[in-house]
Design a protein around this ligand. Structure first.
Ligand code: ASP
Length: 353
């Protein structure tokens, strides 16, 4: 991946209070309109013209930009690896990290990074915008300025935030609990199963009880991904052909099965048989609810008891984004057997045990 380093002349009157690295990947934040009125990414150097106040924050800011910024619909694990490597390579020289990323897949990337950055004890704040920064009514300015503030916040000399988060529209959310829920209004994200880590008003009010407490550790970057996994979303009337086709993909390693309510699925004998056969063939199946709030409780209803009996793993209150990226990373790093043991445990605050 080609990267470009941009130094911002912060014109500091005094010593910088913090050293922040911005990683610019693309997204609406820095887009412009082409001649047909279609939004396309443009490079970060031009963004600075729209945000002169960056120079007044008493921060030492460095920007590393993807050489070709992308719409986040084009993100793949190769980009996650690049972001992880940038953070690892620049970890000691910076106090915090802000990742500018398109909103469409931000929850996937933030989830992936939360599992990749093992032992993280500095803030990694993802943000972006619903309207390009060049637009007068853009949300880009507030999202970036407050993200920088959060990434540089300290308490007793230590970083206040020690995890991967999404900051958007005045709320700070745990990255691996977040979902994009809105494409037209500014409140693009929520985390239905976990309280916001902070709300930004006149002051930034942190919810310390909900935040990760850093244990002194060294950062280890995990970055092998297995991509032969799938999502199977149940719906009334789903046919055996569809389920069979997905579960018969050659080399398939895992399936995130999106079920109803508290983890329920039809009690159709053919469905149980298809799932059972796949599990016997080594496919890991994780049960995630289509409900954005609540949790999977296999065995609570008759419609989930069978799933438990045949070895479907209950995903508790994990988001699909967290389950998918966690499975990809765990299988890639440790292989299927260990991944099966770890996937139901909380590794980075992504589920409530
Ligand atoms: N399509 C854009 C992206 O995800 C949307 C956004 O940034 O809000 O890159």
């Amino acid at each position: 991946m080609n990267l470009r380093k941009i130094s911002i002349d912060a014109a500091l009157p005094e010593k910088a209070r913090s050293r922040i690295l911005i990683i610019y990947t693309g997204g609406t934040f820095g887009m412009t309109y082409d001649k047909d009125g279609v939004l396309i990414p443009f490079d970060f150097a031009s963004i600075l013209e729209h945000l002169p106040t960056l120079k007044n924050l008493s921060l030492e800011i460095t920007v590393i930009s993807f050489e070709i910024p992308i719409d986040s619909s084009n993100i793949d694990p190769g980009h996650w690896q690049a972001i992880g490597e940038i953070i690892k390579d620049n970890y000691d020289a910076h106090d915090g990290f802000v990742v500018l990323h398109g909103t469409d897949t931000m929850a996937f990337t933030a989830s992936a990074l939360s599992f990749m950055l093992e032992g993280l004890h500095k803030p990694v704040i993802f943000t972006g915008a619903q309207l390009p920064i060049m637009e007068p009514r853009s949300d880009a300015r507030e999202n970036l300025i407050t993200s920088l503030d959060i990434a540089s916040a300290r308490r007793d000399g230590l970083p206040l935030v020690n995890e991967v988060c999404i900051y958007f529209d005045y709320v700070l959310l745990r990255g691996n609990r977040s979902k994009k829920v809105e494409s037209m209004q500014f409140d693009a994200f929520n985390s239905g199963n976990y309280p916001p880590l902070a709300k930004a008003g006149v002051k930034i009010d942190y919810n310390f009880a909900a935040m990760t407490v850093a244990s002194p550790s060294t950062l280890t970057l995990r970055k092998s991904f297995e991509t032969n996994i799938s999502i199977l979303k149940l719906f009334p009337g789903i046919s055996q052909e569809i389920v069979h086709a997905i579960l018969s993909i050659p080399g398939l390693k895992a399936v995130v099965m999106e079920t109803y309510g508290a983890g329920n699925a039809p009690t159709l004998p053919w469905l149980t048989e298809e799932l059972k056969r796949a599990i016997e063939n080594g496919v890991i199946i994780v049960n995630i609810s289509q409900c954005p709030g609540g949790r999977v409780l296999q065995g609570r209803y008759e419609t989930s008891k069978k799933l438990q009996q045949i070895g479907v793993i209950g995903g508790a209150d994990m988001t699909t984004e967290a389950a998918v990226t966690k499975l990809m990373l765990l299988i890639g790093e440790y292989g299927p057997a260990r991944a099966r043991e770890l996937v139901g445990l909380s590794l980075a605050g992504e589920l409530t045990a």
